[in-house]
Design a protein around this ligand. Structure first.
Ligand code: AMP
Length: 280
């Protein structure tokens, strides 16, 4: 498995391998964008990519707009996981490679970028959309794989692909959870054992909302109130948002309908975690 550091090398790799493509039943180039600190959730994306693409690039890049200094890093272990799951190349650029000095060009997916996580993390989705657009431009992937865990991110990137008429198709993979139900996240390492136990309330809330929806409770007001009631039973948890939204626009809706996103974000100590379900 090759490790590439520059946009020019990634573009060259993509174009070279596109020409070599042999198997018509598979897409040619798959891309899995990540911030590293890979876990079983990332592994599931790489596996999905390897099962449907001849070549799979895994990118590892922590946006400087993120908690850059603090973010967990495990490059050697990441390479081992990526290779074991079928990645054929790792793209791990320096910040200067993705944001050359003097950069003033960014992708802003208006209105969606200011919803859900974008509201409490100003600039977050601008950073995500800009980096992903640069990755798409360099790797020219046929398919790009993202986790439903970051459902608002999926909505922002789908809109970007539609608006910019990009050729890449976005594939969304299910949320991978720990055996106790906590959605896997690179940030889970920040949780103390006590906080980990407290964080389980997020998944319990999501499961309860799913059962209410299955019992035909479709009113947003009732679902949000029920979720807040459960979250309030865990005093250590500070709710950021609880919302029922349309998964395409991220705008609040009154009644759950196919493709409604029920999403929760909450702080457990200094760590912000998210979870969600698509009510179909
Ligand atoms: P990150 O490294 O946190 O930026 O995540 C990279 C990709 O992995 C994103 O598309 C995430 O949605 C996805 N991902 C993160 N956690 C999970 C999970 N628990 N299950 C499935 N996908 C995930």
């Amino acid at each position: 498995m090759e490790i590439l550091r520059t946009v020019a090398d990634l573009r060259h790799w993509s174009r070279t391998n596109r020409c070599k493509a042999q198997n018509n039943s598979l897409a040619c180039i798959g891309l899995v964008p990540t911030m590293g600190a890979l876990h079983a959730g990332h592994a599931s994306l790489i596996r999905a990519a390897a099962s449907s693409c001849e070549q799979v690039a895994v990118s590892i890049f922590v946006n400087p707009t993120e908690d850059f200094a603090r973010y967990p890093r495990s490059f050697d272990a990441d390479c081992a996981i990526a290779e074991a799951e079928g990645a054929t190349v790792i793209f791990a650029p320096a910040v200067e490679e993705m944001y050359p000095t003097g950069t003033v060009t960014y992708i802003n997916v208006d209105s969606l970028s200011e919803r859900l996580d974008g509201l409490s993390r100003p600039g977050h989705f601008r950073g995500v959309a800009t980096v992903v657009a640069k990755l798409f431009n360099a790797a020219e992937p046929d398919l790009a794989f993202f986790g439903q865990k970051d459902a608002a991110q999926v909505a922002v990137l789908r809109r970007m692909v539609t608006d910019l008429r990009l050729a890449t198709k976005i594939v969304v993979c299910p949320i991978v959870r720990e055996s106790d139900g906590l959605a896997l996240s690179s940030r889970n390492v920040y949780l103390s054992p006590t906080e980990h136990a407290q964080a389980l309330i997020l998944n319990r809330t999501i499961r309860h909302i799913e059962s209410l929806a299955a019992a035909r409770e479709h009113r947003a007001s009732a679902l949000v109130a029920a979720a807040r009631e459960i979250l309030a039973t865990e005093p250590a948890v500070r709710v950021d948002y609880v919302e029922l939204v349309d998964w395409d626009t991220l705008l609040p809706i009154d009644t759950a309908s196919p493709r409604s996103l029920f999403a929760v974000a909450a702080w457990i100590g200094a760590t912000r975690l998210i979870d969600n379900t698509i009510l179909s």
